[in-house]
Design a protein around this ligand. Sequence first.
Ligand SMILES: [Zn+2]
Length: 348
Amino acid sequence: MIKNKGFLFYLKNTMELKEIQTKNGKIIVFCNLEDLLKESCGVKTIEEVESVADKSGDEYIIHCPFCKKEGHTKHKLYIKDDLTVGHCFVCTRAFVNITDTLKPEINVPKVFTNFGNTMPKFELAQMNDPTFSIDQYKYEFDDFDERGYRYLLKRHSFFEDLYKALGIKFWNGNVVIPFLHNGEPYYYQIRFTSGSNKIRYFLPQVKPQKPCYMIERDDIACRRRILIVEGIFDAIAALIQCPDYTPVAVLGSSISDYQISQIREYTDYVSEIKIWMDETSISKKIARRLRSIIDYCPISIIKSYGPDPEEVMKDRLNKHLELQWIKPKENIYENDIQNNSGLGSESS
Ligand SMILES: [Zn+2]
């Protein structure tokens, strides 16, 4: 009993509903729909939800948390059982699922014998989200928004010039960062600019798999040097600190086979790979993964003692240290830059 109570308490404290009111008055709520269902049903697993929740066709019907708060008693929130979207027929709020785990729709073979001809043909990821599309980025999102712009400048002043170059747009005051392929947007991340919430960003659904965020370079030498980081803002900070590389954000703490084939598609020949994750142990794991696939180019790690590339950049700015401190070396060997930890130490 106490255990159960504790669990509900836990849910109340972690369950988050992020409301965005769009310009046409529609309210979109971003939340983890699985958590919302479990909380509403007072159960711990989605299997239990299946046995206790009301259902109509392929939709669960639960009490909308907003309507509940306002005292409405009717249960009119319909949630698709694939946990993608929901709609409340009383308050008309639209619900959009937010989660870090995107379900891949096709399986890419686990092991590639090398980085060469045996790789399956790369298929560029495509948005297949019920609420968001690439056309919205192209035709509906704003080229400029005061709140969104201020958010970017608060992160760092380089955004003053960079936001346009990176194709950043705005959606109801939030920042939209496009993923480009040969300069063409095909996907985006929405970064929420208000509130101190746990829900900080949203990645729309995509098929066949989650791509990596890559800042495409024109220069052929830069295209052949890959610098792997965790998140989009890390990649942007890496662009400033490592201008001779192509920054690639894997959007998590591991690199998928799909993302490796995306890198390969971008650069026909990789001359060097550096990995700069927030934790050195994670970088090492990714390095091992890459070495099992690419055995002909140097793969090295930029050690981290905690801060991410954006924090390192800001700290170097404050300390008046050289900003573009990560440079390629001819004939670089593994461990060459292992003593470089970023803060306080100039590159040797
Ligand atoms: Zn409602």
